[in-house]
Ligand binder design. Structure first.
Ligand code: ATP
Length: 254
């Protein structure tokens, strides 16, 4: 069994009187794609926000590599090797793919020019091309603003960016939503390459065939709690649906 990287135990999250998480547990392992599924309002986004530092749980424990962590901001989470790719694509459309890859983590030129804030664009481009090649992201040109690329290419760059910086966990919230079949396959290929690097990939998706095709494990949330877990190869679509709708419950509250 692969190494347990992320272990969330009994998380609750209250928004006023709304209980978005009611004792949710979740685990992700190195070198595996774990799908996080559940019906609308099950608490998936809230859980991901708590595990990526965007929100803090009301109670519960988060362990990374066996050590309890307090993710008080996305910056803290990133420092610990946790990256997130959001549905709404946080790319800068006017910048080229290399600049997007280094957004917020730019390489400065050496010496006085660097100290004056001058960026080493050639080095960033060289490293970006290398990373895109390694991850199988094919772009006709790396010199054009990312806004002029196709949706799939933009999404691949967003995925690549999270991967380049993540050392432990990458959350991907509906990374293939709004993509055509070919582009979707391309992004899924990038996701598999990320997993093969030994990173724990967490895929939030409503697309069950996609979940079945790419996930090594599936964890199901319902009404703010994990209700079932499955291992990829022996999982059936009917079981996933049954768990999401409440017809099948494997786990009671932790
Ligand atoms: N900021 C907030 N304030 C109040 N309630 C919230 C907030 N965020 C989420 N909720 C509530 O918490 C519950 C879980 O929402 P969440 O967005 O985590 O579900 P989800 O599984 O991601 O749903 P979807 O698949 O529709 O995106 C919902 O009832 C939602 O209305």
């Amino acid at each position: 069994m692969s190494e347990l990287l992320l272990d969330a135990v009994d998380l609750t999250k209250h928004y006023g009187s709304v209980e978005a998480l009611r004792g949710a547990s979740f685990q992700a392992r190195a070198g595996e794609v774990t799908a996080l599924i559940g019906d609308n309002g099950a608490g998936k986004s809230t859980l991901v926000k708590c595990l990526s530092g965007a929100e803090q749980p009301t109670s519960g424990k988060i362990l990374l590599d066996g050590t309890e962590v307090h993710l008080d901001s996305p910056t803290t989470a990133r420092r610990l090797g946790i990256e997130t790719v959001y549905q709404d694509l946080a790319v800068a459309p006017e910048l080229d793919p290399a600049a997007n890859l280094f957004l917020g983590r730019e390489i400065h030129r050496k010496g006085i020019l660097g100290k004056l804030g001058m960026l080493d664009k050639a080095e960033m481009r060289r490293q970006a091309v290398e990373e895109f090649q390694r991850l199988g992201v094919t772009l006709q040109s790396t010199d054009v603003p990312i806004g002029s690329l196709s949706g799939g290419q933009r999404q691949s760059v967003a995925v690549a960016r999270s991967v380049v910086w993540a050392s432990k966990v990458v959350f991907m919230d509906e990374p293939t939503a709004a993509l055509g079949v070919v582009q979707r396959e391309r992004v899924l290929d990038v996701i598999k390459k990320v997993r093969d690097k030994g990173i724990a990939v967490v895929l939030i998706s409503h697309n069950m065939p996609e979940v079945l095709s790419v996930a090594d494990r599936v964890e199901v949330l319902r009404l703010g709690k994990r209700v079932a877990r499955f291992t990829g190869s022996d999982t059936k679509l009917e079981d996933l649906v049954a768990a999401m709708t409440g017809a099948l419950v494997q786990e009671e509250a932790a």
